[in-house]
Design a protein around this ligand. Structure first.
Ligand SMILES: *Cc1c(COP(=O)(O)O)cnc(C)c1O
Length: 405
């Protein structure tokens, strides 16, 4: 029975390969860090500087997190073998939920196995066919999928475009024979990962107020390091009290293992505990991850030192790359896109970078618009100034090598 499908898939895989969009993984044989050993599958790896992890605060191999995880392994075991509501809730889970609430300044928090699951859980229980969900066109795939699971009317606005958002809010207000949607929510990433651009939250919150809409921010690329205390883009813009639903991941700045959350209004979180399908039907977070994430939050709360290092590195990289004549997208985030335009060129530069001991990734259409191919560099607090300068020098050398070829 499989023969036909096998042939079809083989042909389709070959097409992906020919289109140059096949995702080849590299194998890392060290902990995630600024320096890793990495290589193609089946070949020996080499030591390289890593500039493409979401390890913004450098906590992925931090000894304090490892210690917390080891203690939890010893004291609370490896896994829960249950979902939360049957027999999978440990005191640690409640502690982490309270810690996230305190960190973000929300009334309550509910944990998920990932932010993908958090976004998959939110919409279906809260928004039905009388409701409207208005989503930024560049929102993360998990938001798009989560929104699809609800029966609400869907509207999409151009990335960060407040005028278009207003037009979509007006369209939502015309639903239900002009009575308007029962509930309207504006959904946005806090930071858009391909550009490092921040969502215009103050303008979004103003429009939400004007139209009586809710606001949801997925702050996965900001929680832990954006904002004065690391609470993310709402804190950065001073609009935390206007956000109704926060989602985010523990899989980036906050240790980088896994796990996600929905935080916000008490009743919203309470409803997700009753009806959020990824919460009801998927396993509890492992105790070691919960304990290490608690340790990560403690660290972030206790000191701004890692955040300062991160942004110093990002500034240094932006400045030095500008001096060397590279075109960057403007911004303040630790995501720094180095623009090459042509997809093949960006790919060749990335390959050359690896030859020079720096691991970065090129992105091209359809992940970014046609003609906007780039190498997305991500800075980390784990990088030293020497690491940053080495990355700049590798870019210069890669450019020279590609131009000479
Ligand atoms: C990374 C990311 C996610 C997914 O987070 P996981 O916890 O890895 O599932 C969701 N939303 C955004 C905006 C992200 O950047």
């Amino acid at each position: 029975m499989y023969t036909d499908l096998k042939d079809q898939l083989t042909a389709e895989l070959a097409e992906i390969e020919q289109a140059g969009t096949f995702k080849h993984e590299r194998v890392i044989s060290t902990a995630q860090s600024n320096r890793i050993t990495a290589g193609p599958i089946g070949r020996d790896g080499a030591e390289v500087l890593n500039f493409c992890a979401n390890n913004y605060l450098g906590l992925a191999d931090d000894q304090r997190l490892l210690d917390a995880a080891k203690t939890a392994l010893d004291e609370r075991g490896f896994g829960m073998a249950s979902v939360r509501f049957i027999c999978g809730t440990q005191d640690l889970h409640l502690e982490l939920e309270q810690a996230v609430s305190a960190f973000l300044g929300t009334e309550d928090t509910i944990l998920f196995s990932s932010c993908f699951d958090a976004n998959g859980a939110v919409f279906e229980p809260l928004f039905g066919k009388e409701d409207a969900i208005i989503s930024d066109e560049l929102n993360h795939a998990s938001l798009i999928d989560g929104i699809r699971l609800s029966k609400a009317a869907r509207f999409r606005y151009r990335n960060g475009d407040l005028e278009d958002l207003r037009a979509q809010l007006e369209a939502a207000a015309a639903l239900n024979d002009g009575k308007g949607a029962r509930r309207t929510i504006i959904v946005t990433d806090g930071v858009f990962s391909m550009d490092g651009y921040l969502a215009p939250l103050p303008g979004i919150c103003d429009l939400a107020e004007e139209f009586g809409a809710l606001v949801m921010v997925d702050d996965s690329h900001a929680v832990g390091f954006m904002g004065e205390s690391g609470a993310g883009t709402p804190e950065h813009f001073g609009v935390s009290d206007k956000i109704d639903i926060f989602t985010g991941t523990f899989g980036k700045a906050l240790g980088g293992a896994s796990g996600g959350y929905v935080a916000g209004r008490r009743e919203i979180v309470a409803m997700l505990r009753q009806k959020g399908r990824p919460y009801l039907f998927s396993n509890s977070l492992a105790p070691a991850i919960v304990a290490a994430t608690l340790a990560a939050l403690e660290l972030v709360k206790g000191s701004g030192a890692l955040r300062e290092t991160l942004f110093r590195n990002a500034e240094l990289f932006r400045r030095r790359m500008g001096e060397e004549g590279f075109e960057l997208l403007d911004g303040e985030h630790a995501i720094v896109p180095v623009m090459f335009g042509d997809a093949a060129l960006a790919g060749r530069i990335a390959d050359q970078m690896l030859e020079h001991g720096v691991y970065v990734t090129a992105f091209s259409y359809p992940v970014v618009p046609q003609g906007k191919a780039r190498i997305r560099v991500q800075l980390s607090a784990a990088h030293t100034e020497e690491d940053v300068e080495a990355a700049v020098q590798a870019f210069v050398a890669a450019r020279d090598a590609v131009q000479a070829a």
